[in-house]
Design a protein around this ligand. Structure first.
Ligand code: SAM
Length: 283
C-alpha cells in the first residue's frame, strides 16, 4: 500500500512539475552554511587540494571559483598566489556570507548560478576555473562548454564531483523513508547528473574541447559511533541538498527514522565516491 501511495505521489508531483528547483537547493545550503566547514570541508578539503595542486596557476591569473561555497578553493589559491584576481560565485547567500568572513575582501563574490555567472564573462578572458562538489547542480556539459568558452587559450579547468555511486548507504534507506512518508513528499527531487565514473568525466572534458586531461577516482568513508550521529551528519552537511526538500529530513521524527533504518541495515559508515580532474584549453 505504501509503495502504491508513493508511486501515486511521485507521478502527481512529476506531472504538475512540482520538482526541486535551484532556489530550493540554495535554501538547503543556506541552512547548513554555518556548520559546513566543520562537518564537510574539514575532512573533504584534502581532495580539493589534490585537484588544486594539479593546476599550474600563472602570475596575475584571472580565476573563477564556481559554486564557491564557503570559499575554500579561493582561499587556497589567494594564499599561494596573492597576485591572482579571483572572482567566486555561489547560488546560496548563506554560503557566500561564510565565504566573505574567510576571504577578508581578497576575492570578489557574486550571488549567481554557475551558468548565469559564466554567461556574464567574455570569451577567452580567464586563466583558471575551478568547480568542486557542484557540477551536478546544472547540466554538466553546458557548464563545461561555457567554461571552455570563457577560458583563454592555454587556460585550465579543475573539477571534483561525486559519481553516481556516491552515498550508496543513503540510497539504500531513502526509498524506505519515502515509502513510510509518501504523504509528506513536498516536491520531487530528480536524479542528479553525476558522472558514472572517471571515464565519463574524462569523456565530458574531451567532448567540450579540453586537452591534456588528467583524472582520478576517489572514495572517502565517514564512520560514526552511532546511527544517531550518522543521521545527524547526513542531514547537516549539504550532502542531501534537494533530497531534504523532497522530505523534511531535518524534522526530528524523520531523523529518528533515518537512524532506525541505518540500524536495521547495520550501516555505520557513509561513503562519498567521487572523481576529480583537470584539463587545458588548447587551440
Ligand atoms: C557541496 S558545496 C561545495 C562548495 C565548495 N565548492 C567547496 O568545495 O566546499 C556545493 C555548493 O554549490 C552551490 N550550488 C548549488 N547549486 C548551484 C548552482 N546552480 N549554481 C551555483 N552554485 C550552486 C551550493 O550553494 C553550495 O555552496
Amino acid at each position: 500500500m505504501g509503495r502504491i501511495k508513493l508511486y501515486f505521489n511521485v507521478a502527481k508531483n512529476f506531472i504538475t512539475g512540482n520538482t526541486v528547483k535551484k532556489q530550493d537547493i540554495a535554501k538547503s545550503y543556506n541552512e547548513v552554511s554555518h556548520g559546513y566547514d566543520n562537518e564537510f570541508i574539514d575532512v573533504m578539503h584534502r581532495y580539493n587540494v589534490s585537484m588544486l595542486s594539479m593546476l599550474s596557476i600563472p602570475n596575475e591569473a584571472r580565476v573563477l571559483d564556481l559554486a564557491c561555497g564557503t570559499g575554500f578553493n579561493s582561499k587556497w589559491i589567494y594564499e599561494r598566489h596573492p597576485d591572482a584576481l579571483i572572482h567566486a560565485s555561489d547560488i546560496s547567500s548563506g554560503m557566500l556570507k561564510e565565504a566573505d568572513k574567510k576571504l577578508c575582501g581578497k576575492v570578489k563574490l557574486t550571488e549567481a548560478s554557475m551558468l548565469d555567472f559564466l554567461k556574464k564573462h567574455e570569451s577567452g578572458t580567464v586563466d583558471v576555473i575551478v568547480c568542486s562538489w557542484a557540477l551536478k547542480y546544472e547540466p554538466p556539459l553546458k557548464v563545461l562548454r561555457e567554461c571552455w568558452r570563457v577560458l583563454k587559450n592555454g587556460g585550465q579547468i579543475g573539477i571534483i564531483v561525486n559519481t553516481k555511486a556516491t552515498l550508496p548507504e543513503i540510497r539504500k534507506i531513502y526509498k524506505y523513508l519515502l515509502i513510510d512518508n509518501s504523504t509528506e513528499i513536498n516536491k520531487l527531487m530528480m536524479e542528479l547528473p553525476n558522472p558514472k565514473n572517471e571515464k565519463q568525466l574524462n569523456k565530458w572534458f574531451r567532448i567540450c574541447g579540453f586537452d591534456q586531461i588528467k583524472t582520478s577516482h576517489g572514495c572517502h568513508s565517514f564512520s560514526f559511533d552511532s546511527t544517531d550521529d550518522a543521521a545527524r551528519w547526513v542531514t547537516s552537511t549539504g550532502a542531501l541538498a534537494g533530497f531534504d526538500v523532497m522530505l523534511h529530513l531535518k524534522d526530528n521524527g524523520i531523523k529518528n527514522q533515518i537512524s532506525l533504518l541505518l540500524e536495521k541495515f547495520r550501516i555505520k559508515s557513509i561513503t562519498h565516491d567521487f572523481v576529480l580532474g583537470v584539463g587545458y584549453k588548447c587551440l
